[in-house]
Design a protein around this ligand. Structure first.
Ligand code: IFM
Length: 468
């Protein structure tokens, strides 16, 4: 359990530290006492070591090799080399004072063929990771699928095949059997809209299929079904577990307060949000989404009880809102937003997080929510003093935590917040584009040296002060 030590400098910046302490005092007035503050990552974005210890090829390894698929031809081959440097990364988490860390498991490390033979060396890595986290008092929140499907399964149809849903349940069982004595919090999937629509509809994520809504709906259904199988596996292997799914949600604002724009925003919400929320939380697909309903596999109706079985919490990833106007046939079209903007082109709209959480609380029977991701990409640079003064990110975190506090005052059951991301990492089709640095910790792309940013130091001080 060799955990190295790391310096967190916030006390060198008295104004920042004082601001963090004042802000923590403000949060205490609205957030529950046991509110969980953490940070998040995913396997392919940070681990590297793609050919080590029996890991097989994933669909992202394959996709990154396609010319033009990923910015600059980048890949997760080395990423942040977390596979080897995890003791240092855990030391950073510890130094920040965080007591929760969300990471994902790479399926190709555990069952290289997708089903069948289990790779003990893959499990051993996550064993070491979990033990090292617990050793320093950090609770693991484990995601079972954050997009790195074994290529062997893709070769047999991937998420177009119902069998992939079944074997996801087997994979979940293997992982929970091994780690479930120490890991209490489980997330089956991360952002199923991205896996289905970006990967199978638009082809901008792995596996790069451009099959439109037909492909996306089929993939999404099997992903949701696999969530159901995984929940059953978790319940069987670890009855005390706290388990759910993470969905990326976008509040849809009509451009004008007209019937046409309101209707278009409702349809956009149906495709982007309710298409996932309704089956998981109500056991049904949204009835108004008639064109999508026609694309569902024949088995869909029979699968819904399994998909809609109770979960313990919903994970919410929030990044930005969408503004929607109606097209000539009532179709939803994206309308220009107002800003302000981050370097990576995302609009910063903190109240959208409050609106999202409040809406979930009002529309769905949810007992507990975690904000499992929230963050922003900037082109951060090392200053002359060797530090990264990313006050824009500090402000972003402050505004969004304030939105969570406001939602809690409106009785929304938010139990935790995980900043995306612990460190700068591989941002999927955007690769290592400098504008896509999401970390609380800067990662030098050549040396892979980690340098905590001032936002990370500020966040740590907020968390420590909140507890004191
Ligand atoms: O980096 C991603 C993450 O993998 C999923 N949610 C959004 C993040 C930022 O784009």
């Amino acid at each position: 359990m060799a955990v190295t030590s790391v310096d967190i400098h916030v006390t060198d910046e008295p104004a920042l530290a004082e601001h963090a302490r004042d802000f923590a005092a403000e949060l205490k007035e609205s957030l529950p006492k046991d509110f969980v503050f953490g940070t998040a990552t995913s396997a392919y974005q940070i681990e590297g070591a793609v050919r080590e210890d029996g890991r097989s090829e994933s669909i992202w390894d394959r996709f990154c090799a396609v010319p033009g698929a990923v910015f600059n031809g980048d890949s997760g081959e080395i990423a942040c080399d977390h596979y080897h440097r995890y003791p240092e990364d855990i030391a950073i988490i510890q130094a920040m004072g965080l007591r929760a860390y969300r990471f994902s498991i790479a399926w190709p490390r555990i069952i290289p063929n997708g089903d069948g033979v289990v790779n003990e060396r893959g499990l051993d890595f996550y064993d070491r990771l979990v033990d090292s986290l617990l050793h320093v008092g950090v609770q693991p929140y484990v995601t079972l699928f954050h997009w790195d499907l074994p290529q062997a399964l893709q070769d047999r149809g991937g998420w177009y095949s119902r069998d992939t849903a079944v074997v996801f349940g087997d994979y979940a069982r293997v992982v929970v059997d091994r780690l479930g004595d120490r890991v209490r919090h489980w997330i089956t999937h991360n952002e199923p809209w991205c896996s289905s629509w970006l990967g199978h509809g638009y082809g901008v994520h792995a596996p790069g299929l451009k099959d439109g809504d037909a492909g996306a709906v089929k993939a999404a259904h099997h992903i949701l079904l696999s969530h159901g199988y995984a929940m059953e596996a978790i319940r069987a292997a670890a009855p005390e577990a706290d388990a759910g799914i993470t969905i990326d949600l976008y509040p849809m604002f009509p451009l004008h307060d007209s019937e046409a724009d309101r209707g278009a925003a409702r349809r956009a919400d149906g495709q982007r949000n309710r298409w996932f929320l309704d089956p998981v939380l109500r056991g049904s697909y949204p009835e108004d989404m008639t064109a999508l309903l026609e694309l569902l596999p024949d088995s869909a109706q029979d699968d819904l009880p399994r998909i809609g079985a109770p979960i313990d919490f919903l994970g919410v990833n929030y990044y930005e809102r969408q503004v929607i106007r109606s097209g000539p046939h009532g179709e939803p079209l994206q309308a220009p937003k107002e800003g302000p903007w981050a370097d990576n082109g995302r609009e910063i709209f903190p109240d959208g997080l409050r609106v999202t959480v409040k809406r979930l609380h009002e529309d769905y029977p949810i007992k507990k929510l975690y904000v499992t991701e929230n963050g922003i990409g900037y082109h951060d640079v090392i200053g002359p003093d060797g530090r990264i003064h990313d006050s824009h990110r500090t402000q972003f975190l402050e505004q969004h935590l304030r939105a969570v506090a406001a939602a809690c005052r409106e009785d929304a059951p938010v139990s935790g917040y995980f900043a995306w991301s612990l460190m700068d990492n591989f941002e999927w089709s955007k690769g290592y584009d400098e504008r896509e640095r999401y970390g609380l910790v800067y990662v030098d792309r050549s040396s892979l040296e980690r340098i905590p940013k001032s936002s990370g130091e500020w966040y740590g001080e907020v968390v420590r002060s909140f507890r004191s």
